[in-house]
Structures are given as structure tokens and as C-alpha cells.
Design a protein around this ligand. Structure first.
Ligand SMILES: NC(=O)c1ccc[n+]([C@@H]2O[C@H](COP(=O)([O-])OP(=O)(O)OC[C@H]3O[C@@H](n4cnc5c(N)ncnc54)[C@H](O)[C@@H]3O)[C@@H](O)[C@H]2O)c1
Ligand SMILES: N[C@H](CO)Cc1c[nH]c[nH+]1
Ligand SMILES: [Zn+2]
Length: 441
């Protein structure tokens, strides 16, 4: 893979020259092909955790993370030691990102909605924090303290009473100090060094040392994502945020875009993992050639070039007839991240559909949203952004309704309710109304 030229790895696909089937293949996600084997592997892991609890977590951590732990729980002293080990610059960067994310999520707070729908009938929509939330922080390929902030800040703002963080340990059994420091910033004090499908199973089912939670949040590799999917289908009342799998970015660039910027954006997501996917759509053939050359130059300097190269082998450079066609292709794909580097990117916003998060213009790299602009970087992948929203404060609470009706209010509604109960043949429902209106009020 390391020696193969980028031209053969990433040829130009001309969209209007290929068949419908070839177009579908061009936009297929890489990880989905192995899904039946994956389902069986994850099912095995979940069953082990269900049957053996903590013992399974210890064994699976040894097998997949290469370390046999005595205890999974991270102590307060370990968290403090991690904070103390960090440079002031690193702590300050975490605090800056924390503040930015907090500002954007604080603005999402919901007030109660109170409506008198007709005289004497009052309906209220209220919000209540989810009692216990599990926050999965990936660390297989690289520990992601930024993800702690993306999950921890809204969990803190929503006032979730119990916030449990899980993350795979490194070969020494440690969680990265930045992850622990970010957790402390967000007021998370229950942390376990366990990752993968086994961590999600522990959060859903509970073990001797980890009490179950109501909802699990966070991105992860295909094992994590599959475990979230399986367990949310299997355990009544257990919920997940979304399928947030291997990172994706799609860039729409016209002839005026800076090819080096575009290549850097593509590589920023390709370096996440071998099953990441990046796509360039351009209406200009020279631009595609320039981006390919820039990719080659920048790859040579990247520490994670092998990972990025592997991701590029599942990625695409697509030539479209015009930018309108690029918009159509992007809408078809439904990217997790969409970067628009065209002459007037704002003019496309109304036409762009199905993207998890959109980045407009030359100076809006996706990296800004990954770390510190304030938006959430936990986003649906695999095309789920067509129907699933990007993570927000609302995901950490549930909405419920309260209503109160006066006698006169019920009298106002009665004719409609009586007619509809007649239509449905549900006379006990009708009686619950008419019995209250019999006689004097
Ligand atoms: N969509 C989003 O919002 C978003 C945000 C951040 C990161 N991501 C993605 O999250 C992913 C993180 O993945 P990662 O691998 O770095 O970390 P991870 O923590 O998700 O996965 C690591 C764990 O996977 C398990 N594992 C590894 N190999 C296994 C095997 N053969 N069988 C069973 N289990 C195995 C291990 O338990 C290991 O601890 C990346 O793909 C990244 O792109 C997505
Ligand atoms: N791009 C990832 C979401 O798909 C999030 C991330 C974390 N750190 C860097 N990037
Ligand atoms: Zn990223």
C-alpha cells in the first residue's frame, strides 16, 4: 500500500460517465461489507459480558487491548495525577475548547413550553435530564479528549445525575491524562478503563463493578457501533445516541479552491482510521489533479500516513459536470461532515441536504469543529445523517408533557371527544369524560 501511486489508489471518477450501479458503488461505505461477521463477533462479546460480568471485561481487555487489569475503576487520585502531569498550555487548550463548546450548547437550553390550547385546557412540554448516561471515549487508534468535551459538556449542562465515562486503556493500563483532565472539567467522576463492545455491554447490562446506565453516547469503531446497535435492540428501555462510526468527510471544491487546504481537510479525516472515508467532488478536472498532488506531498509528512493511505484506498475523487451536480451527489451520500470550498458557499446551504455538519469557506476546516468552534463533533455516519441529527443538548434529556383541564375546559372539548370515541367504539374512554360533566359542576 505504501508504494502504490496515488493515481492508481485514487483515480478520478467522472460521475456522468458511469452507470447507476457504478454510482452506487462509488458512494458505498467501506465498513458495511463485513457486517455479518461483525454481528457475530459482537454478539459473542455481549454474551460473555452478560454471563461473566467483570471477569469477561478483564479477559476481553487483555485480549483486545493487551493489558490485564486488576481493577477497571479509575480513582480520584489517578485523575488528579493526570491533571498534574499536563503542561499549562495543554490544560489551557482543554479549558478553551470546554468554554467554546459550553457556549454553543448552553444556548440550546429548553424552557418549559406552556400553551392554553383552548380556554381551560393547559398543556405543558417539560424537559428532564436522563438519570444515568454512559459516555464512550474512543482510544484504540488515538485517545480523543475532545470527545470527552463533546459528550461531557452537554451531560453537565443537562444536569444528568450520573455520568459514567468508559475508554480503552493503553498497553500500561492507563487512560490518556488529557481524557481524565477533560472528564474532570465536565464534572465526571465515575470512570472505567474498558473499551470496545465489552464496555458498551457493561454499560447496558451492568456488571459487579459497573451499574447499568439508561443511555450510551459516543463514537467508536465498528465493534463499538455494532454493540450499541445490538444492545439498544435487545435491552428494553436502553437507548443510544446514534450510529457514530468511522469518520467521513466530503468536500465540494470549485476551481478557485486552494488545493492544499482541500487535501489537508481530506487527510484530517483519513488519518482517523483505515475505515474512514473521504470524498472530493469538483467540477474542475485540474482541481482534482492539484488536490491529488497536494495529497501526495502532505502524506509524505504525516506521522499517520499509513492509516490515511489505507483510508484513501476506499475514498473517491469525483468529477461532476457542475457544482449543482456535486450538490446532488453529496445529498445522495449524506456525509458526516461536508466542507464547501466554492466561490459563494453560503448560496448552497439551502440546497445541501443530509449532511451531519457543514463547514463553509476556505477558513472553516473541519478540524475547527472537531475541537473548538463550539459545535458537537459526534455526528451520524453511514448515511444516517439523512434521518439522525447531530448530537446536541436535547439528547441528554427527555421531554414529557403535563396537562390540567378545568370543568369548563373539559366541557369545551367534550363534543369532539365524544364523537371520536364513537368513531373508535371506545365507550370507557367516553364515560371518563361524560361522568365528570353529569349534574351541576
Ligand atoms: N462519528 C463520530 O462522531 C466520530 C467521532 C470521533 C471518532 N470517530 C471514529 O471513532 C473511531 C474510533 O475507533 P478506535 O478504534 O480508534 O477506538 P475505539 O475505542 O472505538 O475502539 C477500540 C476498541 O475496539 C476493540 N477492538 C479492537 N479490535 C477488536 C477486534 N478484533 N475484535 C473485537 N474488539 C476489538 C478493543 O476493545 C479496543 O479497545 C474511529 O473510526 C473514528 O473515526 C467518530
Ligand atoms: N472527526 C471526528 C468525528 O468524526 C472527531 C475528532 C476527534 N478528534 C479529532 N477528530
Ligand atoms: Zn477528526
Amino acid at each position: 500500500m505504501g508504494t502504490q501511486s496515488l493515481l492508481s489508489l485514487l483515480p478520478t471518477t467522472t460521475w456522468s460517465n458511469i452507470s447507476d450501479q457504478e454510482q452506487q458503488n462509488a458512494l458505498a461505505r467501506p465498513a458495511i461489507a463485513e457486517s455479518s461477521l461483525l454481528a457475530t463477533q459482537v454478539d459473542n462479546i455481549v454474551n460473555q459480558v452478560a454471563e461473566q460480568g467483570d471477569a469477561a471485561l478483564i479477559n476481553l481487555t487483555e485480549r483486545f487491548d493487551g493489558i490485564r487489569l486488576e481493577s477497571l475503576k479509575v480513582t480520584e487520585a489517578q485523575v488528579q495525577a493526570a491533571v498534574d502531569s499536563l503542561s499549562p498550555a495543554r490544560l489551557e487548550a482543554l479549558e478553551t475548547a470546554y468554554g467554546q463548546i459550553k457556549r454553543f450548547h448552553q444556548a440550546q437550553q429548553q424552557e418549559d413550553i406552556v400553551v392554553e390550547t383552548c380556554p381551560g385546557v393547559t398543556c405543558v412540554l417539560k424537559t428532564e435530564a436522563i438519570e444515568a448516561v454512559g459516555l464512550y471515549i474512543p482510544a484504540g487508534s488515538a485517545p480523543l479528549p475532545s470527545t470527552v468535551l463533546m459528550l461531557g459538556v452537554p451531560a453537565e449542562l443537562a444536569n444528568c445525575p450520573r455520568k459514567v465515562l468508559v475508554s480503552p486503556p493503553d498497553k500500561n493500563g492507563d487512560i490518556a491524562p488529557e481524557v481524565l483532565a477533560a472528564a474532570k472539567l465536565c464534572g465526571i467522576d465515575e470512570i472505567y478503563a474498558v473499551g470496545g463492545a465489552q464496555a458498551v455491554a457493561a454499560l447496558a447490562l451492568g456488571t459487579e463493578s459497573i451499574k447499568p446506565v439508561n443511555k450510551v453516547f459516543g463514537p467508536g469503531n465498528r465493534f463499538v457501533t455494532e454493540a450499541k446497535k445490538q444492545l439498544s435492540q435487545k435491552i428494553p428501555g436502553f437507548a443510544i445516541d446514534m450510529p457514530a462510526g468511522p469518520s467521513e468527510v466530503l468536500v465540494i471544491a470549485d476551481s478557485g479552491a486552494n488545493a492544499d487546504f482541500v487535501a489537508a481537510d481530506l487527510l484530517s479525516q483519513a488519518e482517523h482510521g483505515e475505515d474512514s472515508q473521504v470524498i472530493l467532488l469538483s467540477d474542475n478536472e485540474t482541481q482534482i489533479v492539484n488536490v491529488r498532488e497536494a495529497l501526495d506531498r502532505q502524506l509524505a509528512e504525516l506521522p499517520r500516513a499509513d492509516i490515511a493511505r489505507a483510508a484513501l484506498s476506499k475514498s473517491r475523487l469525483i468529477l461532476t459536470d457542475d457544482i449543482a451536480m456535486a450538490v446532488e451527489v453529496s445529498n445522495l451520500y449524506g456525509p458526516e461532515h461536508l466542507i464547501v470550498q466554492t466561490a459563494e458557499p453560503e448560496s448552497l446551504v439551502g440546497k445541501l441536504r443530509n449532511a451531519g455538519s457543514i463547514f463553509l469557506g476556505a477558513y472553516t476546516p473541519e478540524s475547527a469543529g472537531d475541537y473548538a468552534s463550539g459545535t458537537n463533533h459526534v455526528l451520524p455516519t453511514y448515511g444516517y445523517s439523512k434521518v439522525v441529527s447531530s448530537l446536541s443538548l436535547a439528547d441528554f434529556s427527555r421531554r414529557y408533557t403535563v396537562q390540567q383541564i378545568t370543568r369548563q375546559g373539559l366541557a369545551n372539548l367534550a363534543p369532539a371527544i365524544i364523537e371520536l370515541t364513537n368513531a373508535e367504539g371506545l365507550m370507557a374512554h367516553q364515560k371518563a369524560v361524560t361522568i365528570r360533566l353529569e349534574g351541576e359542576g
